[in-house]
Design a protein around this ligand. Sequence first.
Ligand SMILES: NC(=O)c1ccc[n+]([C@@H]2O[C@H](COP(=O)([O-])OP(=O)(O)OC[C@H]3O[C@@H](n4cnc5c(N)ncnc54)[C@H](O)[C@@H]3O)[C@@H](O)[C@H]2O)c1
Length: 344
Amino acid sequence: MKRLKMGLIGAGGICENRHIPIYQELKHQVELYGVHDVNQSRAEEVAERHGIKNVYENYQDMLSHVDAVTICTPNKFHEAIAVDALNSGVHVLCEKPMAMDRAEGERMLLAAEENDRILMIGYHYRFMDSVMLAKQSMADVGAPIVTRVEAMRQRKVPGWGVFINKELQGGGSLIDWGCHLLDTALWLVLPSKPVEVSAQVYQKLSKQSEQVNDWGAYNHEAVDVDDHVSAYIRFDDQSTLLFECSWAANIKSDKTALSISGETGGVNVFPYELYQPKYGRMMETTTKTFDDEYRAARLQAENFLDACSGNGTLKSRPEDALAVTKIIDAIYRSSEEGKSISIV
Ligand SMILES: NC(=O)c1ccc[n+]([C@@H]2O[C@H](COP(=O)([O-])OP(=O)(O)OC[C@H]3O[C@@H](n4cnc5c(N)ncnc54)[C@H](O)[C@@H]3O)[C@@H](O)[C@H]2O)c1
């Protein structure tokens, strides 16, 4: 089988610690061909450490040599780089979130469609064992009634890199962390379609000078992104999603929770449990699952590489990622404008 030539754009933490080792494990399918980072010495170090032959001073020069790129830059640059790559006939795996806002996401999707190239956004939670099992279980759950999402971290503001910088990231706890569980929940309840969002966004705890932060000290004055978000999302079939996320909460411990009560059953995702009325009582089904983010990201990479080679379809479609971006956009707008926002 012909190996895909892969270019890496943005050679920071997620690129080096997740994508590079995974592509190296999949070397029968993919060759790490080149790397670019605005910080040239960072690109050179990463290339040297991992035996990547070509370092490019600008990513455009790399595009004519590769079949696909993996974009791991701050969110502000996702759209421009993805659109350039797609317009050059190159497939794109772009880290989450898709883009800073809805308009950017729409341009990315259009570029993928117009050029007939694969565009995948790195929402790897979909590839977690318990999430895939929950997806299969939706036949038993039936039409969703209420979905509950809690993406909650106790006092873990990521103060390194650019995560607290609105201009470069577009937001904080929601666009960085809550987006994973939003994507997962929206995927599970498909074809229910979100139609209206009412939300409140907060920037309280991470601005306090007295810091208690498990992930180290950060410049509280520089924080200009959300640290808490709550939202109420209505769907076209009258089902609803109750959403809360935070990376700085005053809570007992971290909580990653997603559950759906449907018309014929209910499912809890982390850990996986299925609830069904049967034999005149409520039955509970549990099983062992392998919920490891690295494993999920490897399955994601395999799905991307297969789709690029024309073997199989994407499990994580760019249309779905755009739906997440539309909700994120609507959450920020709802809070700013103090009213519900319709999603069309
Ligand atoms: N899927 C996940 O769970 C997950 C986890 C972490 C990060 N991410 C995403 O990955 C992206 C990068 O995050 P990170 O943690 O690796 O950040 P990072 O700060 O460690 O790395 C970003 C790298 O991009 C480079 N860069 C900045 N601007 C650039 C540009 N215009 N062109 C090329 N390179 C540029 C920086 O020099 C840096 O080396 C973000 O979009 C983030 O949301 C996803």
